[in-house]
Ligand binder design. Structure first.
Ligand SMILES: CC(=O)SCCNC(=O)CCNC(=O)[C@H](O)C(C)(C)COP(=O)(O)OP(=O)(O)OC[C@H]1O[C@@H](n2cnc3c(N)ncnc32)[C@H](O)[C@@H]1OP(=O)(O)O
Ligand SMILES: N[C@@H](CCO)C(=O)O
Length: 400
């Protein structure tokens, strides 16, 4: 196997314009900030680049923009087939498109690849200004840094206020940070399968995974990108561990039971079906994702605490002014619904706790796209008449 995924290093546009007449839907572009970007933990990135895709047309008053934020190993490709620059088909394919909840005839949908990621945005596999890869020297990021970078993209696109910010899991952490850091820029909020703060157990799962990567002999302190090898074994182990937490015990039981994989004999070194299934997902991730990004993003998720330096979770949640829906997946063992209940109780503008019914555990927020679409539709149909809408005005908000 060759080295892990690295982002394209072709000549990139130095500035990102807003939507232009004639732009095809879903074309990936880059926002680039060419001055130092300060980080919450200290230090700075000399420049920041975010890959993003858009669907639809920005209204003249920029009132129809929707921000879609992906989870840990997602990217900007919310909808559409796999292709160059898009290793997987759209991860919320059923959400965006003609006649769907986010119809490009009505909405201007923006999906950035997260800061620290590996699908076009600045991350450990990117080049430094010196022409070397960041690798293990990439600085520690927090969700707040990632959202601050996304605010720069919004500015570049001329979007003062999103009609809706939506995200699940890690994307939900960022969506919440948007609503707390920039209440005047967040018109409505949909939080899926996420939490106010990473719990001890979530940190523990991520810790085991990042240790698996770092213990791979090819990790080399994160400086493996130009060696022709990479910590593929460690990344594959991390994905296997993660994937079990992404699904539910009853699903695995019903689907795989104790069945051996094909003619393999588990008593003689062969695999059970469920082991083969995990091998499959591990292989797919190793082919499409960079281990350094996996570590940086996992640690950023561990840092997530909406109440940090804001007087605690309750005080922070009270800052949200956007009409909000919070939903959990009823079979999610990684982000249990008690976490979404806390969000729904603490956000003054939240309309109770919604449940996505699914046997698929945490991955239910990706698989049950029709239920997600119904929640998106409900929030957007409330629209401009909502009493929760705040007159914060363009650009208002506390970036930290
Ligand atoms: C926002 C974001 O997070 S974007 C990133 C989302 N995408 C990913 O995370 C990619 C990893 N995949 C997943 O997490 C999940 O598969 C989802 C959520 C995308 C989709 O879930 P599901 O539709 O339920 O797919 P499921 O988990 O059942 O996997 C199906 C795959 O397992 C394979 N599989 C099933 N049983 C076995 C087995 N015994 N041995 C080997 N492979 C198996 C299938 O052939 C299928 O392969 P394919 O995906 O290459 O076509
Ligand atoms: N399968 C998803 C789940 C994380 O929430 C991902 O890889 O991003």
């Amino acid at each position: 196997m060759n080295t892990s995924v690295t982002p394209p290093q072709e000549s990139l546009p130095s500035a990102t314009g807003a939507w232009r007449e004639g732009d095809p839907p879903g074309r990936r572009r880059w926002y680039r900030r060419e001055k130092p970007f300060s980080l919450e933990a200290g230090g700075e990135l000399p420049e920041v680049r975010l890959a993003f895709e858009t669907w639809g047309r920005l209204a003249p008053d920029a009132s129809n923009a929707v921000l879609v934020l992906h989870a840990l190993t997602g990217d900007s490709h919310v909808t559409g087939p796999a292709g160059p620059g898009h290793p997987t088909p759209g991860w919320w394919d059923g959400l965006v498109g003609p006649g769907r909840a986010l119809d490009p005839d009505r909405w201007f949908v923006v999906a950035p690849n997260v800061l620290g990621g590996c699908q076009g945005s600045t991350g450990p596999s990117s080049l430094t200004p010196d022409g070397l890869r960041w690798g293990g020297d990439f600085p520690f990021l927090t969700q707040r840094d990632q959202v601050a970078a996304e605010a720069g993209l919004a500015d570049a696109l001329g979007i003062d206020r999103w009609a809706l910010v939506v995200g699940g899991s890690m994307g939900g952490m960022r969506a919440l940070e948007w609503a707390v850091s920039y209440p005047g820029r967040t018109g409505a909020l949909l939080l899926l399968a996420t939490t106010a703060a990473a719990s001890a157990e979530q940190i523990a799962w991520a810790d085991v995974q990042t240790r698996a990567i770092r213990s791979d002999g090819n990790w080399l302190g994160g400086h493996y990108h130009d060696t022709g090898r990479g910590p593929h074994t460690g990344l594959g182990l991390a994905r296997r561990i993660a994937h079990v937490t992404y699904r539910s015990e009853p699903e695995l039981h019903v689907r795989f039971g104790r069945t051996p994989q094909g003619a393999e004999d588990p008593w003689s070194g062969g695999r059970y079906q469920v082991g083969s299934y995990l091998d499959h997902h591990a292989g797919k991730l190793v082919r499409r994702f960079d281990a350094g990004s996996y570590v940086v993003l996992s640690e950023a998720m561990n840092s997530h605490d909406i109440g940090r330096d804001r007087g605690g979770v309750r005080a922070a949640l009270r800052r949200v002014t956007a009409p909000t829906l919070v939903a959990g997946v009823d079979s999610d063992r990684l982000y249990p619904t008690a976490q979404q209940a806390e969000l729904a109780a603490g956000i003054p503008t939240a309309d109770g706790l919604r449940l996505i019914e699914s046997p698929y555990g945490h991955d239910g927020f990706l698989v049950e796209v029709e239920q997600v679409a119904a929640l998106v539709g409900e929030l957007l149909s409330r629209g401009a008449s909502s009493p929760c809408r705040r007159a914060g005005g363009p650009g208002s908000g506390d970036p930290r």
